[in-house]
Design a binder for this molecule. Structure first.
Ligand SMILES: Nc1ncnc2c1ncn2[C@@H]1O[C@H](COP(=O)(O)OP(=O)(O)OP(=O)(O)O)[C@@H](O)[C@H]1O
Ligand SMILES: [Mg+2]
Length: 331
């Protein structure tokens, strides 16, 4: 829907993100979106810095986030997130969205490409972007849905947004309120926790979203007692956002408060390769800064094989540092 450039502000000498709509007819709406986005001031929301006109073109200038979007950062090398990392994402996401709702701003198009992450799995920052351009996305989506399968699959906007859209955003897009954002948070968190879209992808997802039957909870979430309490709590919270009736979903503030009660670590993450695994119980992960010990009970999800890459947090231990949690990465 828009071109996104890295630009240098020659006065302040800083790099910024410069956005301009691809479609000229969207220009008026683009200005409104800049005004809307500028109302939100929160560390979990990308800051709108300016809006300028240059001839026919309009540009929105935004804080440049030197990271990747949520999907590229977190779901390319791993199928799903461990509950500590998922709790951190949930908490930051809820805070950004709650701050917007406080300012009277509804996003309407929350999806992984509109969420930027800095620091990959260590997740030093998480920021929601593209507040306000959602109305444009809504129209693009409507066109895509009305055009049937062909335009649906050709519209990147529609393909990306649909799996996270609330039932009312599909059925009555003009009446969408803050609870639609809560639904999208729930859908994204379900995806990050389970590795699957809650209601599937493409046009086939539409009837499933409208029916809003609670999606299934994969067994691996509860198969390791070390992680199952937090994983179940997070999944319960995600599913509570996926209630058909918007009034039955938690508010942004309630989500923030529930997330702040969770007990999770947010230590930095490292990558390494499993060097060995002994007595079907423990092993060592090879890293540039020495071997790290791990026990199979500290592995979340499938056990990694020797030679496979893993992601983990490390803590000082006698002899070798110890890893927890350990998550196998896609090779
Ligand atoms: N403030 C920013 N700083 C750095 N990168 C950004 C920023 N905003 C957006 N991006 C990057 O630009 C990419 C394209 O953004 P854009 O909004 O055009 O597309 P989208 O969000 O993937 O989908 P759509 O706009 O069709 O809904 C994003 O995926 C993101 O990686
Ligand atoms: Mg975007």
């Amino acid at each position: 829907m828009q071109y996104v450039y890295v630009a240098l502000d020659r006065i302040t000498e800083r790099l910024v993100a410069l956005k301009t709509p691809k479609n000229h007819s969207a220009t008026k709406r683009f200005r409104r979106s800049a005004v809307v986005a500028a109302k939100v001031n929160h560390p979990n929301v990308a800051k709108t810095l300016d809006y300028v006109r240059e001839g026919e073109r309009r540009y929105l200038i935004e804080e440049l986030i030197e990271g990747k979007d949520l999907k590229a950062a977190l779901l390319v090398s791993a199928d799903f997130l461990d509950p500590y990392l998922a709790a951190k994402v949930f908490h930051h996401l809820a805070k950004g969205v709650a701050a917007a709702h406080h300012a009277g701003v509804i996003h309407r198009d929350l999806k992984p490409t509109n969420i930027m992450v800095v620091g990959d799995y260590s997740l030093s920052e998480l920021k929601v972007t593209d507040f306000g351009i959602a109305k444009m996305a809504g129209e693009e989506l409507l066109e895509a849905v009305e055009g049937g399968d062909a335009s649906m699959t050709s519209s990147q906007t529609a393909v990306g947004a649909l799996p996270y859209m609330a039932p009312e955003a599909i059925e009555t897009p003009k009446e969408v309120g803050a609870p639609a954002d809560i639904w999208s948070i729930g859908a994204m968190m379900y995806h990050l926790l389970s590795g699957n879209y809650p209601f599937g992808q493409g046009l086939k997802a539409v009837p499933q979203i409208i029916a809003a039957q609670p999606p299934a909870i994969p067994v691996f979430l509860s198969s390791n007692p070390q992680f199952s309490p937090l994983a179940s709590e997070l999944m319960g919270l995600a599913i509570s956002c996926l209630k058909k009736n918007p009034q039955d979903r938690p508010t942004g503030d309630q989500l923030v408060s529930r997330c702040s009660e969770l007990c999770y670590t947010s230590s930095p993450r490292f990558r390494g390769v499993v060097r060995d695994f002994q007595f079907s119980a423990f092993g060592f992960i090879k890293t540039l800064s020495g071997d790290v010990f791990y026990h199979r009970n500290c592995v979340y999800g499938a056990l990694p094989a020797v030679g496979e890459e893993v992601m983990f947090s490390r803590y000082v231990g006698g002899g070798a540092d110890r890893a927890l949690p350990v998550v196998r990465l896609k090779n």
